[in-house]
Design a protein around this ligand. Structure first.
Ligand code: UDP
Ligand code: MG
Length: 313
């Protein structure tokens, strides 16, 4: 029988985890495969770990990792996927926004021979119009800027085959934009569509600040376009400045040189100053990323494991 592990990152999810586990068990129970669930406690500050330990004690199909602090969802996911030794893994959020009922469909596609089966939402219930708009904007610009086609309206909810997991395990970059990495590895990928539900309980860990940072992360880890953009703005503004200089000199030669032009001078200085700062910012963004990368720090630390096991390589 094929073996499957369901990886669930959880950060302060005590309000919903019990319900999640019940629904997951209900869905997975009848399936003709050997399965287990791996909860990754991403340094929760509430009783999440205690609840997970309780689930482990109650249900032998439950395993768990506790990270040494909050490393963020991308690292929690990585930790979980690193510890999967089954034939495939499903990545799912704990808050029931990704319906566990979709897992059988993901498995079907996997058994047809796909390596990455991702779940794409057709509607976003319970999300504000602003969030939808910014999400749409992000996916569109990613498509424009990067060669890696990150599928639209797709979260981390997906199934990964053994070879996809092995490929992913080799990508140890610190700046982890998982959605991009999942796509980047290639192999046979396909989509399954579903309705995204509002969060069942607990609160979202994402705010606009985190989302903006994730978007910057996504663009800078999968595209050098902003660097080129800086170059292009530089070239265009130099051409504009040159034409402006010709025009000013021409005017001075034809009409003499009365002392005015303070406003135009100010405009040019401010404009160029702005562009220079922008370009520096863009370069700094990439430089900062290579700095983090060059430190070669581990992506996470595991504090505890349930059931206790020798650590995976
Ligand atoms: N999560 C995590 N570490 C974090 C933030 C979130 O492991 O630092 C988990 C969280 O417990 C949940 C999933 O990532 O299972 C998605 O988080 P959330 O529902 O807050 O994000 P949203 O669905 O609003 O994008
Ligand atoms: Mg959520």
């Amino acid at each position: 029988m094929p073996r499957l592990t369901v990886v669930v990152p959880a950060y302060n999810e005590v309000a919903v985890l019990e319900t999640f586990h019940a629904r997951l068990t209900q869905v997975m129970g009848p399936l003709p495969l050997e399965w287990n669930v791996l909860y990754v406690d991403d340094g929760s500050r509430d009783a999440t770990w205690a609840l997970i330990e309780e689930l482990v004690a109650r249900d032998p199909r439950t395993t768990a990792l506790k990270l040494s602090r909050n490393f963020g969802k991308e690292a929690a996911l990585t930790a979980g996927l690193d510890h999967v030794d089954a034939d495939a893994a499903v990545v799912i959020d704990a808050d029931l926004q990704d319906p566990p009922e979709l897992i059988p469909t993901l498995i079907e596609r996997w058994q047809e021979g796909f390596d990455v089966v991702y779940a794409t939402r057709t509607a976003r219930a319970g999300e504000t119009r602003l969030k939808r708009l910014t999400a749409a904007l992000f996916y569109r610009s990613m498509e424009q800027l990067s060669d890696t086609r990150v599928p639209r309206d797709t979260g981390d909810f997906r199934l990964l085959s053994r070879r996809a997991l092995d490929a992913l395990r080799q990508l140890r970059e610190r700046q982890r934009f998982m959605k991009g990495l999942f796509t980047w590895i290639g192999y046979r990928q396909t989509a399954v569509y579903y309705l995204r539900e509002p969060r069942q309980a607990g609160t979202t860990k994402w705010n606009y600040w985190r989302l903006i940072n994730l978007a910057i992360e996504g663009i800078t880890s999968f595209s050098n376009a902003p660097l080129k953009l800086a170059t292009w703005i530089g070239i265009l503004s130099s051409i504009a400045a040159f034409l402006f200089a010709l025009w000013t000199f021409g005017k001075a030669i034809v009409f003499g040189n009365p002392v005015h032009g303070y406003p135009s001078l100010m405009v040019v200085i401010l404009f160029l100053g702005g562009i220079q700062l922008l370009a520096l910012g863009v370069i700094g963004e990439y430089l900062g990323r290579s700095y983090t990368e060059s430190k070669q720090r581990p992506l996470y630390f595991v504090e505890e494991q349930r059931p206790p096991r020798p650590r995976a390589p």
